[in-house]
Design a protein around this ligand. Structure first.
Ligand code: HEC
Ligand code: HEC
Ligand code: HEC
Ligand code: HEC
Ligand code: HEC
Ligand code: HEC
Ligand code: HEC
Length: 322
């Protein structure tokens, strides 16, 4: 394009700019851009949904009313919520990877045990540990009160809503673990059935570790205090009666503290109350020391109040005299 002294290099461009300054054109451009953005977003989301559901299972399983009766004659919803799939750790895995290409010919008992077994087809390591744990052992006996995989891995206890361990909202994220165990372990009726009378959640939250975890930020490096799983294990949680439990016996307990308190030793561990509250029967030393210090602090505070009060009165009298 030849150089033109009057209109610069691009006379057409100048004309273009003049048109572009017209309000109508700006409006039109805005509409076109919005439509294009919507189209891109739509294709992006529908592409993801397609990746998840390559066989269009959601045509039927996207229906909230779809249900069946399982082997324990309980009604189980067969609804698979698309929203759950989109945030799941398994969002890039198709239905058929877990359910086979002929899902309706597979026996799916839909119990807490069969769920763990299905997760275990891929996560064999965690499954084998869980199977030997107090929770897993009870599941094998058909007890549905105990924890299966999704009780600790899904905020809605749904197999299609398992989220990554390091997401802040994950039930297995360090800061949330006490809350996750607490769903069952602070339920007094449920625990009473198994003779577990100690208020394990409440005592933990009152402990140094519990307070520090609650007050700490979500930053993983700041969450280095002990939570339930540091003392009891994760997939391999054992009954207290099992000599392999990391909290059974002073020797095991000392080793558990030593993970984070080097050279803790049995003496350090024996000062630990566990979940017991200090009472005259358990830990009389601690109980009476606590009472002594409570009395001492109260006395000091009371004395301070009296001394200050007297000083104020003295000052008042002095002023009044003058
Ligand atoms: C035409 C509708 C339809 C489609 C498409 C469909 N399902 Fe089903 N699905 C059902 C019905 C109805 C049941 C309940 C069957 C029963 O009562 O035994 C069911 C049950 C299930 C169950 C529960 C276990 C069982 O054996 O009952 C699973 C798991 C399942 N479907 C997975 C899938 C997967 C994965 C796909 C895609 C590959 C799929 N379904 C496609 C209608 C459908
Ligand atoms: C990462 C593995 C995985 C993927 C992917 C997956 N599922 Fe499942 N699904 C499971 C497990 C585990 C169960 C529990 C089975 C049991 O209890 O025996 C289950 C159960 C079901 C059930 C029974 C109802 C329920 O919620 O327990 C249906 C229906 C179902 N899945 C359909 C689907 C459909 C449709 C898709 C794809 C959109 C899908 N699943 C993707 C693992 C998966
Ligand atoms: C009592 C709670 C609980 C149960 C039940 C549970 N998990 Fe976990 N899981 C956790 C916690 C907490 C973590 C975080 C990592 C850690 O502390 O070891 C985790 C981590 C994981 C991980 C990430 C890899 C790893 O080991 O760190 C996978 C995969 C996993 N679990 C699968 C399973 C499967 C499969 C089941 C069922 C057979 C299951 N979990 C049952 C609490 C549980
Ligand atoms: C078909 C195999 C398969 C099945 C069945 C399966 N998973 Fe997974 N799971 C995977 C894969 C693969 C990943 C890693 C996904 C990624 O990194 O994108 C994963 C990731 C996870 C994670 C995240 C680990 C982390 O590092 O944060 C957890 C937790 C988990 N699965 C638990 C489960 C549970 C609970 C079930 C049963 C409801 C289950 N999985 C069933 C294959 C499977
Ligand atoms: C610093 C280590 C530590 C932490 C953290 C911890 N525990 Fe314990 N836990 C113990 C010890 C030691 C015992 C055995 C002594 C006792 O019962 O007090 C125990 C006992 C238990 C028992 C059995 C109680 C009974 O009466 O049979 C349960 C259940 C339990 N803990 C769950 C939890 C839960 C849930 C959390 C988190 C909210 C948690 N623990 C945090 C050390 C710990
Ligand atoms: C879905 C409910 C549920 C969840 C979630 C759960 N538990 Fe349990 N847990 C139970 C039940 C029920 C028992 C009693 C089983 C029995 O004694 O037969 C039990 C037993 C135990 C025991 C053995 C107690 C004893 O008397 O020896 C320990 C320790 C324990 N759980 C720790 C934990 C920890 C730590 C977590 C979290 C990481 C957790 N549980 C999550 C239900 C749950
Ligand atoms: C996962 C790591 C971890 C485990 C396991 C652990 N602690 Fe701690 N604990 C910490 C951290 C971190 C602190 C904070 C230390 C600090 O700030 O000085 C702490 C602080 C404490 C404190 C109060 C502060 C202090 O240093 O005096 C006591 C008491 C304590 N722990 C006792 C125990 C006992 C007893 C056990 C074993 C039953 C145990 N801890 C197991 C990480 C742990």
């Amino acid at each position: 394009m030849p150089y033109n002294k009057r209109s610069g290099f691009f006379p057409a461009l100048r004309q273009g700019v003049a048109i572009a300054k017209k309000p109508f054109f700006i409006l039109l451009l805005g509409i076109v851009m919005m439509a294009a953005t919507a189209a891109i977003l739509r294709s992006y989301t529908s592409e993801r949904a397609y990746g998840l559901d390559q066989n269009q299972c959601l045509l039927c399983h996207g229906n909230p009313d779809l249900a069946k009766t399982n082997s324990n004659s309980e009604k189980v919803s067969l609804y698979v919520k698309e929203e759950f799939l989109n945030t799941s750790a398994h969002r890039y895995i198709d239905c058929t990877a877990c359910h086979t290409a002929t899902p309706h010919q597979v026996d799916t008992p839909l119990t807490k045990l069969s769920l763990a077994q299905k997760c275990g087809t891929c996560h064999e390591y965690q499954y084998n540990l869980h199977k030997e744990s107090i929770h897993g052992q009870q599941l094998l006996q058909g007890n549905a009160d105990v924890a299966t995989c999704v009780d600790c891995h899904s905020p809605t206890a749904n197999p299609h809503n398992v989220i990554r361990v390091l997401e802040y909202s994950a039930p297995a994220y360090r800061k949330n673990i006490a809350e996750t165990c607490g769903k069952c372990h602070r339920n007094e009726t449920l625990m009473g059935r198994y003779g577990i009378l100690e208020k394990v959640y409440e005592t933990y939250m009152r402990s140094f570790h519990g307070k520090a975890m609650r007050l700490g930020t979500y930053e993983i490096s700041r969450l280095d205090k002990a939570t339930c799983t540091n003392c009891h294990g994760t997939h391999d949680i054992k009954s207290l009666e099992d000599p392999q439990s990391p909290v059974a016996g002073m020797e095991n307990l000392a080793r558990t503290c030593e993970q984070c308190h080097p050279d803790a030793g049995a003496k350090f561990a024996s000062g630990f109350l566990g979940h017991k509250e200090a009472t005259p029967q358990y830990f009389p030393g601690v109980f009476f020391t606590e009472i002594f210090f409570l009395a001492l602090t109260s006395a000091v505070v009371a004395l301070g109040v009296i001394v200050t009060g007297l000083a104020v009165i003295r000052w008042g009298i002095n002023r009044w005299k003058v």
